[in-house]
Design a protein around this ligand. Structure first.
Ligand SMILES: Cc1cc2nc3c(=O)[nH]c(=O)nc-3n(C[C@H](O)[C@H](O)[C@H](O)COP(=O)(O)O)c2cc1C
Length: 215
């Protein structure tokens, strides 16, 4: 009983020694759902919010949406090599703490000209070891689901030594939705046909997390 209480308190306060932290990963570290678009009139926050809801429903874990607009990182402004982990700027150190404290990542991103947004690449490139060894899932959207950008992002995740799962749900936007450029979408309705695939991907992510002692 006393040991159980210590575990609970330690997990909550994030002050446990390393071995205890490892045992407490399930409760202590969130899965970050990183929204890749920062443009005006974007759809991304609504879509990322819906993806996070589905993730919570499938695994019961803590999913937190991270809006890159809240993390303004000037383009490639660190003088050091990110792999060295020596950051000059406080905004990079704050980003480092945020990513370090995550257990896994879900990238939700539109396809831009067959690639993914520069803001997302810049956020990835600012760090290195903070991403390493952690499971990742990629969800893209676009006229045809954004599969080309998913392939590119997958390679970058591998370059940063993440563990990307095989499934990469690609959510199809209608032509009207793209041309309307309203910034409005009801993802639950617009992507109802993708729900099964999304759930399956979250189950695969949970399996990888579980294999690492979390999830
Ligand atoms: C710079 C830019 C490039 C785009 N390139 C593609 C593309 O390659 N394929 C596609 O299906 N849609 C493309 N689109 C349309 C996007 O799918 C659509 O605008 C979507 O809403 C973008 O996501 P966001 O609103 O969250 O930024 C592009 C849009 C922008 C702004």
């Amino acid at each position: 009983m006393a040991i159980a209480s210590i575990f609970r308190v330690s997990c909550t306060l994030y002050v446990a020694p390393d071995w205890l932290h490892n045992r407490c990963m399930i409760h202590a570290y969130p899965v970050l759902v990183i929204a890749g678009s920062v443009r005006a009139r974007r759809l991304c926050p609504r879509i990322a919010g819906w993806v996070a809801e589905v993730g919570r429903a499938v695994s019961g874990s803590v999913f937190e949406v991270v809006d890159l607009r809240d993390w303004p990182l000037p383009m490639d402004d660190e003088p050091g090599v990110p792999a060295a982990g020596q950051y000059l700027h406080e905004h990079t150190r704050a980003w480092s703490r945020k990513i370090d404290a995550a257990e896994a990542f879900v990238f939700v991103t539109p396809q831009y000209n067959l690639g993914y947004p520069a803001a997302l690449k810049n956020a990835l490139d600012h760090l290195h070891r903070e991403w390493s060894g952690k499971p990742a899932m990629i969800v893209t959207y676009g006229g045809r689901g954004g599969g080309r950008c998913a392939e590119q992002l997958r390679q970058v995740c591998q370059g940063l030594h993440m563990i990307p799962i095989d499934m990469m749900p690609g959510l199809s936007l209608s032509r009207e939705q793209i041309e309307g450029n309203s910034g409005e979408i009801e993802p639950g309705t617009a992507f109802a046909g993708h729900l099964g695939e999304l759930r399956e991907a979250f189950e695969a992510l949970a399996a990888v997390r579980g294999a690492r002692g979390a999830g």
